[in-house]
Write a protein that binds this ligand. Structure first.
Ligand SMILES: Cc1cc2nc3c(=O)[nH]c(=O)nc-3n(C[C@H](O)[C@H](O)[C@H](O)COP(=O)(O)OP(=O)(O)OC[C@H]3O[C@@H](n4cnc5c(N)ncnc54)[C@H](O)[C@@H]3O)c2cc1C
Length: 462
């Protein structure tokens, strides 16, 4: 194998979606699985550090590799095989969920699990073991991955949950630290239309919101609540709850029934670069008030295309620029049912610290998956967007981490850029088991990220 430096390598300052921190690395576009093996061998003999990168939608430093080689997997974007009868697809890891949906929806299939943006690669979805609005019913993405191909410094491996469970489940939610996934075989979910039947209603306060979401566990396939993160007093936790199901042909208006699997065209508007911070406290308060008031008091049912239901934020591309130069972060945690009280405490503490969450989403999780580092566990998860660098923010979140850890909860690595390492073992009790498998797959410790160094997920010598 040639160790000649491949073309198309460049120095970059890589950051996560929150743009709150960045680190310098070399990046190389991976043009084929063989090229990936060459790049891994090259990194092993040069910088000694490498990491896969997809579409950079992890909010913090999970897809950063200071001083190392970032393996840009986006060119590995082919759908290799599609069985339209069984709904099984073999796809390269750099393929985005958006590109995959474009092919599978007209054939009557949908992603079994999808995060809140379609701008995520298959590799990124597996590496973070992403969850969606149907977690209470269907679990995480990895529950639908039949096989994957992992490239490590010691060679390529075909991994499945049954033949190689330890390695498969260390790679799922392994945040790129076991190697680079080049392809996966994924089981899809059948649909008869590209539309969703969506029921929207208001939750007057936190108690009402949580009660409605609990009830929706049994009644609805998809459920989530947008929460007004700045409402206080009796209105604390007021929300707009959306419950969804895939629409059947009978749910569509007669003109739509002739081509039920063809979604309307959706376009996204770009946000220009170099904006000052436009998401400010007064704007958040005004937006939240209007959004809550606009939602119907009584449940309202409507039929929507799947993109505005699953991916409303994708309508504005690069919306992360609205937070200006200092960026933003997302604090996402989960706590078990018996510590549901933490949800209220977190809101109260953020308000007491003068914080203005710009976007808050509350959701119930169902049973946990088998991967040691998978984030979801049964209970309540809350994702909270906050402008970075504001007064008190670091101390406030440090205290919240302690509260969440003491409640047997955890924060989500795919969103994190600031957790301290001391709490990781309490939040992820199976970390030691994961490290053993990880060290077998990557004995020289080639794969490393800024997140892994900061949280001491892997042994690291500079
Ligand atoms: C608007 C928005 C909404 C979101 N909503 C949700 C949600 O609802 N649920 C949820 O779970 N997540 C959600 N996320 C987070 C997102 O799904 C994850 O961070 C996902 O990992 C991003 O994929 P990516 O392709 O952008 O990967 P990157 O951000 O580039 O990388 C993320 C991690 O995956 C690893 N990785 C990437 N490609 C590979 C590969 N080929 N092989 C091995 N490792 C790889 C990287 O090393 C890194 O550790 C959201 C993010 C955004 C921006």
């Amino acid at each position: 194998m040639s160790l000649k430096p491949p073309p198309h390598r460049e120095r970059v300052l890589a950051s996560g979606f929150g743009r709150a921190s960045a680190s310098a690395a070399t990046t190389a576009a991976v043009s084929s699985p063989d090229h990936l093996d060459e790049l891994i061998a090259l990194a092993a003999t040069t910088s000694g550090r490498a990491l896969a990168r997809g579409l950079g939608r992890a909010y913090g430093d999970a897809a950063q590799c200071a001083g190392g080689l970032l393996l840009d997997c986006r060119p590995l974007d082919q759908i290799l095989e599609m069985d339209p009868a069984r709904g099984v697809v073999r796809v390269q890891a750099g393929c985005s969920l958006r590109a995959l949906l474009r092919e599978i929806v007209p054939a009557g299939w949908f992603l079994p699990v999808t995060p809140g943006t379609a701008e995520v690669t298959i590799g990124g979805a597996i590496a973070a073991d992403v969850h969606g609005k149907n977690h209470h019913r269907d679990g995480t993405f990895s529950a639908f991955v039949d096989a994957l191909v992992l490239h490590t410094p010691t060679g390529r491996r075909n991994l499945t949950a049954t033949d190689s469970p330890e390695q498969f489940f260390a790679t799922v939610a392994g945040m790129g630290l076991t190697g680079v996934i080049s392809q996966a075989t994924v089981r899809l979910a059948p649909i008869t239309t590209s539309k969703m039947v969506v029921e929207t209603r208001r939750g007057a306060d936190l108690e009402a919101t949580m009660e409605m979401l609990e009830r929706a566990d049994a009644s609805h396939h998809y459920s989530v609540a947008w929460v007004d993160g700045v409402a206080r007093g009796r209105s604390l936790g007021r929300s707009v709850i959306t419950l969804g199901e895939h629409a059947g042909v009978e749910d569509l208006a007669p003109p739509q029934r002739t081509r039920p699997l063809v979604p309307a065209r959706s376009r996204s508007l770009p946000v220009p670069p170099l904006l000052p911070r436009l998401i400010t406290a007064p704007l958040i308060s005004a937006f939240n008030e209007a959004y809550f008031r606009r939602a119907p008091r009584r449940a309202k049912r409507e039929v929507l295309d799947y993109p505005p239901y699953f991916y409303p934020l994708d309508a504005l591309s690069d919306w992360n620029r609205l937070y200006g130069r200092r960026g933003f972060l997302q604090y996402q945690y989960v706590v078990p049912d018996e510590r549901a009280d933490v949800v209220r405490l977190v809101f109260e503490r953020l308000i007491a610290a003068g914080q203005h969450p710009s976007l808050v989403v509350l959701k119930r999780f169902g049973p946990a998956g088998a991967a040691p580092l998978s984030f979801p566990r049964p209970g309540w998860t809350v994702a909270i967007d906050l402008a970075a660098g504001t007064e008190n923010l670091a101390e406030t979140l440090d205290r919240l981490d302690e509260l969440v850890a003491a409640a047997n909860g955890r924060v989500y690595f795919a969103k994190d850029g600031r957790l301290r390492p001391e709490l990781v073992a309490a939040m992820y009790p199976e970390l030691g088991r994961w490290q053993t498998t990880r060290n077998e797959l990557d004995p020289e410790g080639l794969f490393v990220s800024d997140l892994a160094r900061r949280l001491k997920l892997v042994a690291w010598e500079p």
